[in-house]
Design a protein around this ligand. Structure first.
Ligand code: ATP
Ligand code: ATP
Ligand code: MG
Ligand code: MG
Ligand code: MG
Ligand code: MG
Length: 260
């Protein structure tokens, strides 16, 4: 096609290819979900319907992008991990982030009615922001995922205790907040157990650990080209959703191919 005299404006575009041979993680997060959860009366501290909807949208993203090896979700956020030598979109950050965020958002909005049949969506519709970060080593990537899972645990323990004080203890939000300020994990566990008979360990795993998504089955040892073919096939493999520990070694020792 002939170049128009306007074509030169393309040179204003900035390259944003991400560092080769690193694990790319795209994390998205719900915009203003504190407000949104109030608007749609999410159950506090954890609305299971909303978590299921997040997981469903994330499964759809993994299905759409076979280059993703793992995803981790909690609260209103999801992290998607690409395999190390992935070259999708020439590793351009904007393409990777916008494709994941828009695919996720479309599926979240599409799936809403099934999970919240009694509360139809009204404007402003749910939206998500996103960013891409490169992690050079498997250790860095594991530390990233441990960071998000530890965040899930800390927030969930706090929220579970806070809402027990408010909903079961009849405390005013502000009083509950004051009561919890300066407390450590052991204090919160004790408040839950002594005042409300709640053993935090018995809370649902999905609340305590978040959700881990990966493709089912171990790929066999093979050459580079075979690996490419296999990755395409693996796009069709079943995607598993589990609420398991990522901080210890056990998950990774049993599935070494995820970080290879
Ligand atoms: P921002 O746009 O900066 O992300 P935000 O209001 O979304 O603002 P977050 O830090 O992302 O801030 O917090 C998300 C909020 O949504 C938290 O208050 C969290 O408790 C709530 N939330 C997310 N998922 C659920 C859920 N399944 N059930 C109940 N509350 C939820
Ligand atoms: P990529 O993912 O690389 O963007 P693409 O198939 O979307 O691939 P584009 O260059 O964006 O490639 O082209 C968009 C295609 O959609 C074109 O073929 C265009 O003719 C078609 N298209 C877009 N809008 C309309 C429309 N309103 N009616 C008919 N065809 C449309
Ligand atoms: Mg945010
Ligand atoms: Mg948010
Ligand atoms: Mg968040
Ligand atoms: Mg297009």
């Amino acid at each position: 096609m002939a170049n128009s005299k306007y074509e030169y404006v393309r040179s204003f575009e900035q390259p944003d290819n991400l560092l080769p041979n690193t694990f790319i993680v795209v994390r998205l997060d719900g915009r203003g979900f504190t407000k949104l959860t109030a608007k749609y009366n999410f159950e506090k501290p954890n609305d299971r319907r909303a978590l299921d909807l997040m997981n469903e949208a994330a499964v759809a993203v993994m299905r759409d992008l076979p280059d993703l090896v793992l995803a981790y979700g909690q609260s209103d956020e999801f992290s998607f991990v690409f395999y190390k030598d992935c070259t999708l979109f020439e590793r351009r950050a904007s393409k990777l982030v916008t494709t994941i965020v828009s695919t996720f958002t479309a599926n979240y909005v599409f799936g809403w009615a099934q999970h919240f049949p009694d509360t139809p969506l009204t404007a402003p519709l749910p939206s998500f922001d996103g960013r891409a970060v490169c992690y050079p080593s498997p250790t860095n990537l594991r530390d990233y995922l441990s960071w998000r899972q530890a965040d899930c645990h800390i927030n969930n323990l706090y929220n579970t205790t806070f809402w027990a004080l408010v909903l079961k203890g009849g405390l005013d939000n502000r009083v509950a907040e004051k009561e919890l300020s300066g407390t450590v994990s052991a204090d919160k566990n004790e408040i839950l157990f002594k005042r409300f008979g709640i053993n935090y360990n018995n809370e649902p795993e999905i609340f305590k650990k978040g959700s881990v998504l990966y493709r089912d089955g171990r790929p066999v040892q093979m050459s580079k080209t075979q690996q490419e073919k296999e990755r395409k096939k693996r796009g069709k493999a079943k995607i598993v959703v589990e609420h398991v520990d990522l901080i210890g070694d056990s998950f990774w020792e049993r599935r070494p191919w995820i970080l290879s």
